[in-house]
Every structure is written in structure tokens, then in C-alpha cells.
Design a protein around this ligand. Structure first.
Ligand code: ZN
Length: 263
């Protein structure tokens, strides 16, 4: 289990702050006295720090593992209200009994997990021997995400291209990083940028490309109801952007992969 790190900005021993009953979180005295919701207390702290907490942002520094259960309880109560307002009989309808909790849990531990969990551990190995790998690496990662606008599923694949730098990470780490970025409320354009940035961070490489092909539930199940619509986005960094042959090699690799295993 991850240990909770008190925020250095708000010093926990400061007189102003006290632990919230049964929680690891320190909140302002007046809030604790009011028995404020944990979610409200966390939001207050993020606002105070100027920390952005949009649907696609990771906020794992602001909550401990032990806080999750309480947040799920709070979200369950809120989803119960939503179901009541939708006039769904959650007491007698056997299929709707427990739905509020299922939704709350699903948000925290599945479809938005990438907001609440720290970055996957991607240990890097040096790539500095005499016969070091100098070529291009293209990894295909399956993606499951959801759009911030409608909370509808987004599913597809990301092709991550990289020119070997001084560090190498395990092949599965590319997909772990891509999935960590996508398990949030996202826009495909932003997701493409997020994956490129995190891969650059983990590998120290400057030459990185990300191409995503995905279908969006919000276009299939509602709105334009287009079942075969496909959205493609590309982010090119370093040589992938400046060197035409590198860019071509990347897209040729994607074509080969798609021939080998069409999605
Ligand atoms: Zn949408």
C-alpha cells in the first residue's frame, strides 16, 4: 500500500490544519468541525495549491489509498440521488439495486482509475553498449477511455513510436503508461499529447510519435449515431516531425501492424 505524503505546501502541523475524523487527510479546522465531505476537503486543498483537477488530470498526490473507500461511499450517495431524480425505482427493481455503488466503484477503480493512481513504475535500463539498439520501436497499445463531455466509452489503439535513446523501458510499460493516461475523462487530442509527454518522461527520448485510432461512444450511441465513425489523431515530436523519412517509416510500420493484426 502506498504511504500518504502530507502536502509540503500545507504543513500538517500547522495549527490551522487538523486530521479529518478517521482519515489521513489534514483539513482546515473549521471544515473538520463541520464534518465536511472528504471530497470537499480534497477539492479545497487542490484549489488552495492551485492544482488543476480537470477530468484528464492525475490527482494521486492528493489522496491516500485509504481515502478511496470513503470517496466511493460519498459518490454512491450522490449516484443514488441521480437515480432517484431519473425516477428509477432502485429499491424494487432488482437490476437497479446496488447500481449506485457499482457506478461509484467503477469510476474510482476502473474507468477513471488513471486519475487516482500514481504513474506506473517504468524502470529504465541503459542502452549504452557498443551494439546498442539504434532503430525505431513501434508498440501497439489497446486503449479504453471515456470522453469528458459525455462520459461515453472511447475504444481503440495507440501506436507509439520511439527512436531508441539512452534509456530503454520494458515493452509492456508503453502500454501501461498509455492505459494510465487513458483511464480518465479525456479528449482524444489531449490523450495523444498526454501519452507522448509521459513516454518522453519515462524514457528521456525526444523523438516520440503517437497515433491513435478510436471509436467514440458519444458518436455511436447518441448525437449523430454514426456506428462506423473513426477518429485519428497524431502527435509527432523531434525527428518524427522534422525528418520525412522517420515519419514515413512510422506510418509504414503502422500499416504493417494493421495488416498483421487488423483491429
Ligand atoms: Zn463525447
Amino acid at each position: 500500500m502506498r504511504e500518504f505524503k502530507p502536502d509540503p505546501v500545507i504543513h500538517p502541523h500547522d495549527e490551522e490544519f487538523v486530521p479529518l475524523e478517521g482519515q489521513t487527510l489534514y483539513v482546515k479546522k473549521e471544515n473538520a468541525a463541520q464534518g465536511k465531505y472528504l471530497s470537499t476537503a480534497i477539492r479545497d486543498r487542490m484549489r488552495e495549491d492551485g492544482k488543476r483537477f480537470w477530468a484528464g488530470d492525475n490527482i494521486s498526490d492528493y489522496l491516500a489509498d485509504s481515502d478511496k473507500e470513503q470517496l466511493i461511499n460519498e459518490a454512491t450517495a450522490a449516484f443514488e440521488q441521480v437515480l432517484d431524480t431519473l425516477l428509477i425505482d432502485r429499491e424494487n427493481d432488482p437490476n437497479s439495486r446496488g447500481t449506485a455503488r457499482r457506478l461509484a466503484k467503477m469510476y474510482f477503480t476502473e474507468i477513471m482509475e488513471g486519475r487516482y493512481e500514481p504513474a506506473p513504475d517504468a524502470t529504465a535500463f541503459p542502452n549504452d553498449s557498443d551494439d546498442r539498439y539504434e532503430g525505431m520501436l513501434v508498440v501497439r497499445s489497446e486503449l479504453r477511455s471515456m470522453c469528458s463531455h459525455h462520459h461515453q466509452p472511447v475504444s481503440g489503439v495507440a501506436y507509439i513510436g520511439i527512436l531508441a535513446a539512452n534509456k530503454l523501458i520494458g515493452l509492456s510499460k508503453y502500454t501501461r503508461i498509455a492505459q494510465w493516461c487513458s483511464r480518465r475523462g479525456t479528449l482524444q487530442e489531449e490523450l495523444c499529447n498526454d501519452i507522448a509527454r509521459e513516454i518522453m518522461k519515462a524514457t528521456g527520448a525526444e523523438d516520440v510519435a503517437v497515433y491513435i485510432q478510436a471509436i467514440h461512444g458519444c458518436c455511436e450511441n447518441r448525437g449523430i449515431m454514426a456506428h462506423s465513425s473513426l477518429t485519428q489523431t497524431t502527435v509527432l515530436k523531434g525527428a518524427f516531425q522534422t525528418d520525412q523519412s522517420t515519419k514515413k517509416e512510422f506510418f509504414d510500420n503502422i500499416k504493417l501492424q494493421q495488416e498483421f493484426a487488423p483491429r
